[in-house]
Ligand binder design. Structure first.
Ligand SMILES: C[S@@+](CC[C@H](N)C(=O)[O-])C[C@H]1O[C@@H](n2cnc3c(N)ncnc32)[C@H](O)[C@@H]1O
Length: 291
């Protein structure tokens, strides 16, 4: 069965059609998943494989993109020996390792035990001035401890508005005056179509046992957000629903959000490689200074 607390769609040898119908409903914006995702043992193993595939832009960006983005971030923020860097949602530490090469003291934080274990045994053993913590970044409580904080691969967009404001508050407290927060977001130019895809497999991303995956894409108007709902049904009738949301930002909304939380956008680019912003850019790379 998928997930320890999976809902049961088979009750008394019958398919619970009402449960199936409710599982497939459009979720309300920011409705939670029914199971853990990032720290699930099977999923986190599959995620780690994706993170470490140098040619796949999935859990992490490709190796070439990571090198280019890290180079840009290092140059723009003046990262180097004597600086303290916080990487929120560091995954297996691919960016953290690039940052550590500069001599900066790097703290990587991630909710996935498997990713943190990998980061500790790779970047962590290679660079003594790194530390990796399994922790929810929404709960961190640093005070003026870092010169630079980063959050990479559009993770800021998955948070609801309350969480975005709360996290910006925690980052503001964690940074020294004049410190930088570097992150990327999905822009409102992204064209996503609503739709449903159904597939069946003998084992894969969600479980090593057979399952059916129903992937639904939804759009929300206020604030502009795209949502993906994965309803995964196993052979025993276990149902697991995983939901992701991506807030789609305009430059104006992003700038206002930063200003409301004590930051000033000092650079907005097409991406974190520093390419010039175009009118139809589907993402933004942002460097914000703590005011
Ligand atoms: C898309 S991956 C990006 C990883 C890394 N930044 C990179 O680009 O290689 C998102 C990461 O955020 C982590 N994550 C998600 N929610 C988190 C939270 N609340 N606190 C800490 N880490 C979190 C996940 O475990 C995952 O490793």
């Amino acid at each position: 069965m998928i997930g320890e607390k999976a809902m049961q769609i088979i009750q008394n040898n019958k398919l619970d059609l009402a449960l199936l119908e409710s599982a497939l409903k459009k979720p309300w914006l920011y409705e939670k998943s029914t199971d853990v995702f990032w720290d699930d043992p099977h999923i986190s193993e599959k995620m780690l494989e994706l993170h470490l595939d140098p040619n796949v832009n999935s859990a992490s960006k490709t190796k070439a993109t990571i090198a280019a983005e890290a180079g840009f971030i290092i140059g723009e923020t003046g990262m180097g020996a004597g600086k303290a860097v916080l990487d929120m949602g560091c995954g297996p530490g691919l960016y953290a390792a690039e940052f550590a090469k500069t001599g900066a003291r790097v703290t990587g934080m991630d909710i996935s035990a498997r990713s943190i274990e990998y980061a500790k045994t790779h970047a962590g053993t290679q660079y003594a001035h790194t530390s990796f913590l399994q922790m929810d970044y929404l709960r961190m409580a640093y005070q003026a401890a870092f010169d630079i904080a980063v959050m990479i691969f559009y993770d800021f967009c998955v948070l609801c508005e309350t969480e975005q404001n709360a996290l910006l508050g925690r980052i503001h407290a964690a940074l020294k005056p004049g410190g930088f927060f570097v992150f990327d977001v999905v822009s409102e130019n992204r064209k996503t179509a609503e739709g449903t895809n159904v597939s069946v497999c003998g084992g894969g991303f969600w479980s090593d046992k057979p399952y059916m995956e129903i992937c639904q894409t939804y759009l929300y108007a206020q604030p502009r957000t795209e949502g993906q709902q994965y309803v995964v049904i196993d052979e025993d009738g276990g149902v697991r629903i995983t939901r992701f949301y991506n807030r789609l930002f305009s430059v104006e909304a992003l700038t206002r959000l930063l200003e409301d939380n004590g930051f000033r956008a000092v650079g907005i680019y097409e991406n974190l490689k520093g390419d010039a912003l175009s009118q139809d850019s589907e993402t933004y790379g942002v460097i914000a200074a703590r005011v």
